[in-house]
Design a protein around this ligand. Structure first.
Ligand SMILES: Cc1cc2nc3c(=O)[nH]c(=O)nc-3n(C[C@H](O)[C@H](O)[C@H](O)COP(=O)(O)O)c2cc1C
Length: 154
């Protein structure tokens, strides 16, 4: 994996923290080019050129935020053959994996060109504003390593 883009939204900073840990793990695993940016400043045309694209969102009312959903729809308009896509979320309580599943469906129902790395990453926060629960960030590190090891045919 040579070029990885991470795009995320974060109201209180927890999902941003997950993005930072993933970025660090990718760098540690030798990925030479990694960009990480907030969804409102991400240029989908540029993001679509990366070998792997990771999209993260806090769970808001059982799914990704509106902006993230829109970004995924825009991304699904591109031919991403041979590339890897992966999703991550943060949630409270019983909503493990729900926003991730919705993001995966949002993409897969429109575009079958990229391989979606499954399962995505879903990390629990202790309250509305966080912090991330004990041990959750370590899963972000493992996820970054897993993505770094993916073989791409682009
Ligand atoms: C408007 C709103 C709706 C939310 N709805 C849910 C929900 O349905 N399920 C859930 O597990 N967490 C829900 N949360 C909690 C968020 O998942 C939590 O604030 C988030 O993980 C924190 O990430 P952030 O610091 O990146 O914003 C909601 C938060 C907000 C602000």
């Amino acid at each position: 994996m040579r070029r990885v883009a991470i795009v995320f939204e974060s109201k209180y900073g927890n999902t941003a923290q997950v993005a930072a840990v993933i970025k660090e793990a990718l760098g540690g695993a030798g990925v030479p080019e990694i960009v990480s940016e907030k969804v409102d400043s991400a240029d989908v045309n540029r993001v679509a050129t990366f070998d792997a694209i990771l999209v993260g969102s806090p769970n808001h009312i059982g799914g990704p935020t509106r902006r993230v959903k829109k970004f995924i729809r825009n991304l699904a308009a591109f031919d991403l053959s041979g590339k890897r896509l992966a999703f991550f979320d943060t949630y409270i309580g019983g909503d493990f994996g729900k926003a991730v599943a919705k993001m995966e469906n949002e993409f897969k129902s429109r575009n079958q060109s990229a391989v979606v790395v499954m399962p995505g990453l879903s990390l629990r926060v202790e309250g509305m504003k966080g912090p991330l629960a004990d041990g959750e960030l370590a899963k972000g590190t493992d996820f970054g390593k897993l993505v770094a090891e993916q073989k791409v045919d682009v």
